[in-house]
Design a protein. Structure first.
Length: 101
């Protein structure tokens, strides 16, 4: 029994929508990073689904590069969050204005 590719695309669309809504609604920087990761994983699921449906390995290669970029984004983002948290005791997105020169 095989699950049709459309189900994976519907799941990816739902995950992306949840991530986008979470990014727009929440103000905590850590939750915003988690929402961005959810959106990237939804895009990865889409790439893998189309790769499987078309019989091409190119989508899986793109997923590898997206995961590398996501890991770099987390490292830089968490460094910024730690720098803000050391100056202030919160990680609100409204506190990002203190990073101006």
């Amino acid at each position: 029994m095989s699950i049709p590719g459309e189900w994976y695309l519907i799941l990816a669309a739902a995950l992306f929508t949840i991530g986008a809504l979470g990014l727009l609604v929440r103000r905590n920087v850590l939750v915003m990073f988690m929402c961005i990761e959810l959106m990237l994983n939804a895009a990865n699921l889409t790439f893998v689904t189309f790769s499987r449906m078309l019989g091409d390995i190119g989508g899986q290669v793109i997923v590898f590069f997206v995961l590398v970029v996501a890991a770099a984004e987390v490292v830089v983002g968490l460094g910024i969050v730690v720098a803000i948290f050391r100056r202030r005791a919160s990680t609100s997105a409204d506190d990002l204005h203190i990073l101006k020169g």
